[in-house]
Design a protein around this ligand. Structure first.
Ligand SMILES: Cc1ncc(C[n+]2csc(CCOP(=O)(O)OP(=O)(O)O)c2C)c(N)n1
Ligand code: SF4
Ligand SMILES: [Mg+2]
Length: 363
């Protein structure tokens, strides 16, 4: 007789109180997380660059998921830097998959665990099954296999850790590289002063619109409680869930190493990475409305990859951000509207920005 497959439930972390403080003064408290789980299935001992955003994301996702978890990782930095022979930071089972097969491999794991538990060959409960694919994998080479897994509704969490480039092979352009972002494949010059000319692919919206029965969410390394709770929601729900996480790449984006978490908040406050949840029951989007709306220069000027931008590129980026604010149902302040005019800008390297209080961890 088939044995029933039992599921786990991961309680959500407290978002109110000190953790909810959001302005500059209180920002430091956002990183005070008294309820953080002690366990660390992603330990020290990896070889990612100092300040690596994907490594921070990996650590928080696995803290949220806990020890009864299995992970798949398609080829990318988080495979190469984390799985050196005889040296691994994982205390949970982790498997490498080809870059195109994150979705199909994970479908097989999910179906396999279901079958083994039903047949009494695995004691259960059903483990937390996670795949963490880079943007080159999830938005490009492996998009089809992840879409297939979401469509078939396998019970697993599919994550894109987005460092906006093919980092591992030398910072090449990917579909999520932002407009004007410099990569080794999008240099700027006389004929093309912008660098990357296309806007980024809207991967998370594609996933939500294309798989309306799935929970889909976006988050960044700037909001640890949000990131961990969306991880837990995606795992608690029966069926496939997709999470798109913004994860700065210190090497590829060229910024101060300590600013990874700060960038994760600035990108949201600049309107360039809307944070939301898609509820498959209601078929609606719930947007996070940041309490601060900054000009895009406050974000762009922190990163070397944008240093070549001319006034027209900055103005075009501000226009894209303003359209995002509208999509999120927020008013666009007059100062940001005026920023759509190239005459309001200098070359980016001459623009100023208010260097933050370091609101990151350790502040
Ligand atoms: C089919 C295939 N094409 C190309 C490669 C080479 N390759 C290895 S890692 C990588 C970069 C992957 O980029 P991404 O998924 O964004 O992960 P990141 O390196 O940024 O963490 C590439 C192109 C490969 N392994 N397989
Ligand atoms: S190149 Fe970027 S993504 Fe890769 S390990 Fe370094 S900081 Fe992390
Ligand atoms: Mg990448």
């Amino acid at each position: 007789m088939a044995i029933e497959v039992t599921r786990q439930y991961l309680p959500l972390l407290e978002e109110e109180g000190r953790g909810a403080a959001a302005d500059d003064q209180a920002g430091r408290d956002r990183h005070y997380l008294p309820d953080l789980p002690d366990e660390d299935p992603y330990q020290a001992g990896h070889r990612t660059c100092a300040g690596c955003g994907p490594a921070i994301e990996y650590r928080w996702v696995l803290k949220a998921a806990g020890q009864d978890t299995v992970v798949a990782g398609p080829t990318g930095c988080m495979y190469v830097a984390n799985s050196t022979y005889l040296c691994t930071p994982y205390t949970v089972p982790w498997a490498h998959t080809p870059i195109a097969s994150g979705g199909s491999f994970t479908s097989g794991m999910a179906a396999g665990y279901e079958a083994m538990i039903r047949k009494g060959r695995h004691p259960g409960p059903y483990p937390n099954i996670i795949v963490m694919a880079g943007d080159g994998s999830a938005a490009d080479i492996g998009l089809g296999s992840i879409s297939g897994a979401l469509y078939r509704n396998h019970d697993a969490l599919f994550i894109c850790y987005d460092n906006e480039c093919y980092a591992n092979t030398g910072i090449q352009v990917s579909p999520t590289t932002p407009y004007a972002g410099l990569t080794t494949f999008t240099p700027f010059g006389k004929a093309n002063t912008a660098g990357k000319q296309l806007p980024p692919k809207n991967l998370a919206k594609m996933m939500a619109e294309g798989h309306p029965h799935c929970y889909v969410a976006t988050t960044t390394v700037g909001y640890p409680v949000d990131l961990m709770n969306k991880t837990r929601k995606g795992l608690n729900l029966r069926g496939a869930a997709f999470m798109h996480c913004y994860t700065p790449c210190q090497k590829g984006w060229v910024y101060q190493t300590s600013m990874t978490v700060e960038l994760g908040r600035r990108v949201v406050e600049a309107g360039l990475f809307p944070v939301w949840e898609y509820d498959p029951e209601e078929r609606t989007y719930h947007y996070f409305h940041p309490p601060v709306q900054r000009p895009v220069t406050d974000y762009l000027a922190m990163q070397g990859r944008f240093g070549h931008m001319l006034p027209e590129h900055v103005a075009a980026t501000q226009r894209a951000a303003n359209l995002n604010w509208q999509d999120m149902g927020m008013d666009v302040p007059a100062e940001l509207r005026e920023g759509e005019d190239p005459a309001r800008h200098a070359r980016l390297k001459e623009e100023s920005y208010s260097m933050p209080l370091n609101r990151g961890i350790g502040a």
